[in-house]
Ligand binder design. Structure first.
Ligand code: AMP
Length: 116
């Protein structure tokens, strides 16, 4: 069940400010408020999706691929494509997801010491 009052839903509605990196009708990319790398940007679809699985279940292959193509455009815009980066999505309890609106973390600008 999607919580319409989660913090990213409030950011999408403009009720809470954020530092935007890229926005269009479908997606929003903005800086993480508590960065763990020199570059730490979050990417979200504006549609109501709780987590990665919910995003896949609810959307067409076209919408899904557009989200990830835009993710890469943002990575290029951030200037981190050449030196490398991590793209991470925490999903659900075992994935350590805190905000229940599907999002990806883009981490770079330095060696990102998060190991899996
Ligand atoms: P996750 O653990 O994958 O759910 O990550 C949620 C992320 O959202 C964390 O990295 C937080 O620092 C970030 N975050 C929480 N509130 C805000 C906010 N108001 N603006 C930007 N980032 C936020």
């Amino acid at each position: 069940m999607y919580d319409e009052n989660n913090i990213f839903a409030k950011i999408i509605r403009g009720e809470i400010p954020c530092e935007k990196v890229y926005e269009d009708d479908e997606v929003l990319f903005f800086k993480d408020i508590n960065p763990i790398a020199k570059v730490h940007v979050l990417g979200i679809p504006k549609s109501q999706c709780v987590d990665f699985s919910d995003f896949i279940y609810k959307n067409t292959p076209t919408t899904i691929s557009e989200f990830f193509n835009k993710t890469h455009l943002v990575i290029e815009k951030l200037g981190i494509a050449k030196d490398g980066y991590k793209v991470i999505s925490n999903s659900g309890t075992n994935g350590g997801q805190e905000v229940p609106h599907f999002h990806i973390h883009i981490l770079g600008g330095q060696k990102v010491n998060l190991s899996i």
